[in-house]
Design a protein around this ligand. Sequence first.
Ligand code: PMP
Length: 452
Amino acid sequence: KYQGPSFEQLKTLRQNFLNPALTTYYSTPLALHQGYKQWLYDINEKRYLDMFGGICTVSVGHSHPKITEVVTKQISTLGHVSNVYYHPKIHEYAERLTQKLPGNLKVVYFVNSGSEANDLAILLARAHTNNFEIISLRNGYHGMSCQTMSLTANSLYRYPVPQSAGFYHAMNPDVYRGIWGGKYCRDSPVQTLRNCSCSTNECEAKTKYLEQLAEIYQYSIPRKRAAAFFAESIQGVGGAVQYPKGYIQGAYNMVKEFGGLFVSDEVQTGFGRTGDHFWGFEMHGIIPDIVTMAKGIGNGFPLGAVVTTPEIAKSLTKAAHFNTFGGNPVSSAVGIAVLDIIEEEQLQENSKIVGTYLLEKLEKLRDQFSIVGDVRGKGLMVGVELVRGDGSTTPLSPEKVMKFWENCRDLGLIIGKGGYFGNVLRIKPPMCVTKADVDFTISVMKKALEEI
Ligand code: PMP
């Protein structure tokens, strides 16, 4: 039973002492105090189905008993030593993590967040290639440190202060909102309804977006030599945007042609979430030079990592590189437990089965409600675009999206919201959700759609 400060007291504390730029999502903020698996409980003991997983972070379920057990055991044995010393957990974890990666991705740097991971990837790429420029995709999100804010290409998250030099943003290959469409062109059980002139096999939209990327090399980048190209395998904060098939492969080839490294940001798409594969980049048929990860890696514990090849890692030995908390014994114990749980509970497989079931049900809602413009995603990384319902892609008004969203919450369902216009519902639950949870989600969404 909850015995902490009242809602009003929490409100006052928040107003007085916490970051005022932080949104509290709902008009009456949710005050949560307990969680178990896919369930959350507020301070009045009301239960919610969590289909957002702490923003795609709670991968194996809230308060998983195995994680509680390993944290308790590790913290009471040796809570912290930095990794200038040997300690068995970090060594064991580094080996376990690399066993999940293909190719020569064998060297791990542990950090504490996604922003830190991407910051380090920028440094690695520059140190290795001796190039400076970095390219990423518009509408992408890679973090909020000064450097990753420059990598992020969503103006909602960019401050009016000088950004780091050397960052370029390529046109976003978005088959729903983009100007070239892409009817059959994304790797999802659901296809877009937008027309495009290509056949099912060779996507014309892909070719046009790659031409735009080539123009950045040609016109903007000195000597046409960039240090790296960064992309999420499916855009997260940007609203589950999927690229036309073959785009990432084409971008990879181009990056190689111009002497750079390909960095896959797997902060949201890693650890089995996309179902078919453990890593999102695998659906694009590439092996990146650097992979960055956070969120689901620790099921909510502050942990992140950068994995690269021994050759690239060697370039970072020009000076010392150190991180106090990265891979500390408790984080490493949690990281190992997360890998174990994903395997033991077959959560990647569950993402595929339950995610596909969810997408099929959402597709039916799309066909039933004209304001559901697009349904997309893979596994349990899903997006639903709410639009005006006049056949265009014009986003639904923020007031109506908000009403829909708050109705869902009142009915006991938590889902996310994102995309540049704030009209994309983001569904990324803990990977232990069931088909019954999907049925509940759909029935609540249907009611909330009928109301608006
Ligand atoms: N990359 C991606 C794809 C993300 O979604 C996020 C966080 N939303 C980050 C990087 C940054 O992670 P963090 O908030 O842990 O710094």
